[in-house]
Design a protein around this ligand. Structure first.
Ligand code: UD1
Length: 369
């Protein structure tokens, strides 16, 4: 009988779920592959985790390591200890990790030391900002991975510059875009803002998301962003689904009451994939510090103002609709004003962001059997 390849597909936090969904789907079509879904439990709230499984048609995880929140060391070490026990019991042939969260790093480290080959989806992205925990996760994961699947050619160049051999690098496109294209029509039809009876000003609405440690943990930075939101909601409605980390910080600094009093601001709980995509699809402009949203807005052709000084996804700026505006109040509001005056940033869709990245990845993995 032909051997099958037992693959551990690892997810931990919200942005991982939409990346793994198309990969799992493609693997299931191949009898020579046995995909197993491992959830580390880094995100455990229903709104950050379960709803994505339901929306994306992801199967229940085969195993949940149940790690939960903690400092970087506590969380990473917790995942490593449990993942090592699992691998020792049930040696997989390949560990596939996605993105750049702590779970990505933790499971890669364990696999590397057990000599289990590692595939990294979304390899090679670099912000060159080592104050960002995700940058450390990216660099280390890439250094020890065996199959590096990239979303753009700049990522290939980053990997080559770090000494990763060309044979390990595969430019396949963007799995997050696979998921976006698959669900876009359904999400648009959903019309989430109508369902929740949300009143929108005539000029439309801005969508804001914020959760980056460097933006929400620092009081001064968060205050500047809150002031910008206050200004913007006078011009157009602002929809702001609040991440649990951000909620905690807003409460800690006493900024939550201020936001709650703003008439043009609609504060929401974190949204599921389809509800969020429904809101994003109709936005006039998106303001965010998320990595994934920079890519999704580029595909949707919606102007994106990234509240960071750098990005690991430069193609969304050079080709797409993304613009880095940092955390300075003046820069943020003047960029919004320009868009409202009709100076939209028009972009193009990057190469291979065509909905077939997972198929390419699984084709390559299938050849390993
Ligand atoms: C993590 C990822 C980040 C990703 C983000 C998406 C790392 C280093 N960071 O950041 O790259 O963009 O997910 O959301 O891996 N919390 C809850 N419920 C949960 C999970 C978290 O309330 O289900 C709260 C806890 O207070 C926790 C805090 O959010 O301490 C931060 O969670 P954590 O998983 O450590 O990082 P994120 O900020 O979510």
């Amino acid at each position: 009988m032909k051997k099958t390849l037992k693959i551990y597909n690892v997810v931990g936090a919200r942005p991982n779920f939409m990346k793994i969904a198309p990969v799992m789907e493609q693997m299931k079509l191949r009898p020579e592959l046995t995909p197993i879904l491992i959830h580390t439990g880094q995100h455990y709230d229903e709104k950050l985790s379960k709803v994505f499984f339901d929306n994306l048609g992801l199967p229940e995880p085969d195993i949940n390591l149940g790690i939960g929140s903690g400092s970087h060391a506590v969380q990473t070490a917790g995942v490593m200890i449990e993942f090592e026990k699992l691998c020792d019991r049930d040696m997989p042939d390949l560990v596939l990790v996605v993105g750049d969260v702590n779970s990505t790093l933790a499971c890669s480290l364990v696999a590397a030391k057990l000599c289990i080959p590692i595939a990294h989806v979304e390899a090679g992205l670099r912000s060159r900002d080592r104050l960002m925990p995700e940058e450390i996760n990216r660099i280390v994961t890439d250094a020890i991975s065996d199959y590096l699947f990239t979303t753009s050619k700049d990522a290939d160049a980053n990997l080559l510059a770090e000494g990763i051999p060309m044979e390990k690098i595969f430019f396949v496109g963007n799995v997050m875009v696979d998921t976006l294209l698959k669900h876009r029509d359904q999400a648009v039809k959903l019309n989430y803002l109508k369902i929740i009876n949300c009143k929108i000003k005539e000029g439309g609405y801005a969508l804001v998301t914020l959760h980056r440690q460097s933006n929400v943990d620092d009081r001064e930075t968060l205050a500047k962003i809150v002031a910008a939101i206050e200004y913007i909601q006078n011009q157009l409605t602002v929809i702001f689904p609040v991440h649990p980390r951000t909620k905690k910080q807003l409460q800690k600094y006493g900024m939550d009451r201020k936001l709650a009093s703003l008439k043009g601001l609609v504060l929401l709980e974190p949204l599921g994939y389809l509800d969020f995509l429904s809101v994003m699809s109709g936005a006039r402009v998106v303001l965010t510090d998320s990595g994934g949203l920079q890519e999704e807005t580029t595909v949707l052709g919606i102007p994106c103002l990234t509240i960071r000084e750098n990005t690991e996804r430069p193609i969304t700026v050079s080709m797409g609709t993304n613009q880095l505006v940092g955390t300075d109040y003046g820069r943020i509001i003047s960029a919004v004003e320009k868009i409202l005056e009709g100076n939209d940033i028009r972009g193009r869709i990057p190469e291979l962001w065509d909905g077939r990245a997972a198929e390419r990845i699984v084709d390559i993995i299938g050849k390993l059997v």
